[in-house]
Design a protein around this ligand. Structure first.
Ligand code: SF4
Length: 415
């Protein structure tokens, strides 16, 4: 990846992230080498805490996709999956991971050592169709892996009721028995409680970090979003809590001393949808016109507070709620969340990433756009792109639309 495609990071703690990423993938490989069970699973559910509590190494193929994008591996992975017959219209995470496991994974010298083969595949359900389909394909690719499939419902957050929760609790208990039968490891309830406490502390820290983004000037922009890696892969660990504490301290110090991301912050922006993982440098593009991306939709799903007194119920609720916070959500709820964020973070303009390969998050954008104009008088611009596949992105089109948008926003504010 060229330097301009990487985002410019201002936080010292952001620069520590490379080490954490490297260590995490090294741990995944070490677990395999030492005979500790390796479980592949989708992110955003209450299985990660169970894994850390039972000494099972969690691996997230979906999270591996942004890593592939950052290392420029996606074109190769897409070629493999497209040659297998997967259409370019399908989610880029799915095409990337299918391509990777059937291509590069078999080669030596993959960045960060690549992913170790799974001993277990967990599919909790509750996510979008591509997430479920990734795991169907992985079952075929890794026939020796033990498979646990739950069938959690895809239900809007405001519609989750006791029946859904009871079912999710029953599925969590079934999962614990499955891990014991498959690995011989028993769940120690005290250890699970400790893991849930750590997970909850990470969420509280995440919320606190996000709260400093309300400050003007903002001390933390979307360019630092890579920090989310810790929320995806290390929730329930002391390492996540220690790192997020350092991030919180740095961001708080900047916020309280009035030190912003850029010197002369003029325009506060909101980004809807997933970033372009192959070009995170776009978040710095707005800075030339005094703009900073202060908030975004994607970071909302990573903080679901947990109750250590009810660890299994907490895990069940997390599995039910995470996806509806971002993708499998009612349009009304999404509209409410975007409008609330725009009020909370004093947003001047919204960038809608119309994401060719994520239909669930793209659905409803036009309705939200209208509501922003009518209810809050906030203008927005639509950028056509794709979070994984750069063939669906045109820099020239991006610049034309963004330049005109930033000029209009500056005019409105009298700059
Ligand atoms: S939510 Fe969007 S990006 Fe995530 S797996 Fe589903 S379709 Fe792909």
């Amino acid at each position: 990846m060229t330097e301009e495609r990487k985002s410019k990071k201002r936080l010292k703690t952001s620069k520590e992230l490379n080490r954490l990423v490297t260590e995490y993938y090294l741990n995944c490989q070490t677990a395999k080498a030492e005979g500790r069970p390796v479980a592949w699973m989708p992110p955003m559910n209450g299985v990660i805490e169970l894994c850390y509590a039972m000494d099972v190494q969690p691996v997230f193929p979906e999270n591996w996709s942004p890593v592939c994008a950052a290392f420029g591996l996606t074109p190769q992975n897409f070629k493999v999956s497209e040659d297998m017959g997967y259409s370019r219209d399908i989610c880029g995470y799915l095409r990337n991971i299918i391509g990777y496991v059937n291509g590069l994974m078999n080669e030596k010298d993959t960045p960060l050592g690549g992913l170790p083969e799974p001993d277990i595949l967990f599919t909790p359900g509750g996510g979008c169709v591509p997430v479920m389909k990734i795991f169907h394909a992985l079952e075929r690719r890794f026939p020796k892996a033990a498979v646990f499939s739950a069938d959690l419902p895809q239900v809007a957050i405001e519609d989750i009721n006791d029946t859904h929760i009871d079912y999710a609790i029953a599925e969590s208990e079934r999962l614990i028995n499955f891990v014991t039968e498959t690995t011989g490891r028993r769940l120690d309830m005290d250890r699970l409680r400790e893991t849930v406490v750590l997970s909850d502390q990470a969420c509280a820290l995440w919320d606190e970090i996000m709260s400093f983004r309300r400050y003007i000037p903002v001390p933390f922009s979307a360019a630092e979003m890579g920090i989310m890696f810790v929320m995806v892969t290390l929730q329930g660990t002391q390492k996540a809590v220690d790192y997020l504490t350092r991030v919180r301290d740095e961001v708080r110090q900047k916020a309280e001393s009035g030190s912003g991301v850029i010197e002369n912050e003029k325009l506060r922006l909101f980004w809807d949808n997933i970033p372009l993982w192959y070009n995170m440098g776009l978040f710095n593009y707005f800075e030339a016109a005094g703009g900073v991306v202060v908030a975004e939709t994607y970071s909302a799903a990573w903080s679901i507070r947990m109750d250590p007194q009810n660890p299994i119920r907490s895990l069940a609720l997390k599995s039910l709620k995470s996806y509806p916070l971002v993708s499998c959500v009612s349009i009304n709820k999404r509209k409410e969340m975007v409008l609330n964020a725009c009020r909370e973070y004093a947003i001047d303009g919204v960038i809608f990433h119309r994401n060719k390969s994520c239909i669930p998050i793209t659905l409803g954008q036009m309705e939200i756009k209208r509501a922003l104009e009518e209810e809050l008088n906030i203008p927005s611009v639509i950028i056509d792109a794709d979070h994984m596949d750069e063939r669906n992105f045109s820099m020239a089109q991006f610049q034309t639309r963004v330049d005109a948008f930033m000029e209009m926003l500056a005019d409105r504010k009298g700059y």
